[in-house]
Design a protein around this ligand. Structure first.
Ligand SMILES: C[S@@+](CC[C@H](N)C(=O)[O-])C[C@H]1O[C@@H](n2cnc3c(N)ncnc32)[C@H](O)[C@@H]1O
Length: 293
């Protein structure tokens, strides 16, 4: 069932776009991905949603439609704080804006950053505010947890003080975009009961490492490994056999090419930040988009 938000929406003509910066986010290559959307589909399902660049793009172009009052999209991610933030923005846009507008409490200065990082909020709205704040002010907007599951990203010395205006402008459009959307916090292959024939599924898992280039994969307390790539590929095949339109993206590596050898592959180049012995450097890597249609 679709639940309405608690607060009425003010008029906004701003197009909804990701409210966080997310490692592996697909905003910069959205034109390439959008050229390969299926022409017609029922519901949109994004199983590794992260910042949700593809969801917002489909939404902006009016490609998401709720059929018979069912959700127009399903967004899933293993990261609990991330999905809770989507949920809070969907249902409590005004409350989260009011909280983040408290500039004394959420200033961008280093001392505030470490205070907020050490804070253990008890309500979903406070946790969402902390999550957005740390993403906007932490080093390179990384999401990294230590062995105890505590967020351990250092202060990012943000250059601009725009976080709060930025948040206010973005939250309502996102909340509107999320109204007929189902949110799940599960393993990517545990959403089966909600996926039907004719749905469009996009999977953007943490990437396979290029042989000589380490890749950042630690989105949650558990890392990501090659066995998971095989699991994603097996699930791709399962969804394909179910009659879904399936698309996935990954680095162009021998492993990924062999796992999806029976499907359509499109090569492209993307710019990414790679960490060599602690020094971050921008580099270009080969990527693949893979579809079953
Ligand atoms: C490359 S990012 C997705 C980026 C996204 N396409 C965007 O535009 O921002 C990968 C995402 O997969 C999630 N993830 C990792 N392992 C997962 C799993 N087993 N099940 C579901 N989500 C997972 C991570 O939390 C992360 O948000």
């Amino acid at each position: 069932m679709i639940r309405r938000t608690k607060t009425p929406f003010p008029y906004t003509d701003i197009v909804a776009a990701p409210f966080i910066r997310w490692v592996g986010g697909k905003r910069k290559v959205i034109d390439i991905i959008s050229a390969l959307y299926p022409l017609k589909f029922n519901k949109y399902v994004e199983l590794f949603v992260g910042g949700g660049a593809v969801f917002y793009n489909l939404n902006a172009f009016g490609k998401l439609k709720s059929i018979n009052s069912r959700p127009k999209a399903l967004l899933n991610d293993i990261n609990k704080e991330l999905i809770e933030a989507y949920w809070v923005i969907k249902h409590y846009p005004k409350e989260i804006i009011d909280l983040l507008k408290d500039k004394d409490r959420f200033s961008i200065y280093e001392s505030t950053y470490y205070k907020i990082r050490a804070w253990n909020p008890t309500t979903p709205i406070e946790r969402c505010a902390r999550f957005i704040y740390l993403n906007r002010t932490g080093h390179r907007s990384m999401y990294r947890l230590d062995m105890n599951g505590d967020y351990n990203v250092p202060w990012g010395a943000p250059k601009y003080r725009k976080i709060f205006n930025y948040v206010e402008n973005k939250i309502y459009p996102i909340s509107i975009a999320l109204q007929e959307v189902q949110l799940l916090n599960r393993e990517f292959d545990a959403c089966e009961e909600y996926i039907e024939m004719g749905d469009f599924i996009y999977m953007d898992p943490p990437s396979d490492a290029h042989s000589n280039k380490p890749v950042f994969n630690n989105y949650t307390i558990d890392g990501y490994n090659i066995i998971d790539q095989e699991r994603v590929a097996n699930y791709f095949i399962q969804l394909s056999n179910k009659g879904c339109f399936v698309m996935t993206s990954n680095h162009d590596t021998p492993l990924i090419r062999s796992l999806y050898a029976d499907y359509f592959m499109y090569e492209f180049i993307s710019r990414t930040m790679i960490n060599y012995n602690g020094i971050a450097r921008a580099t270009f890597v080969g990527d693949l988009l893979i579809t079953n249609y």
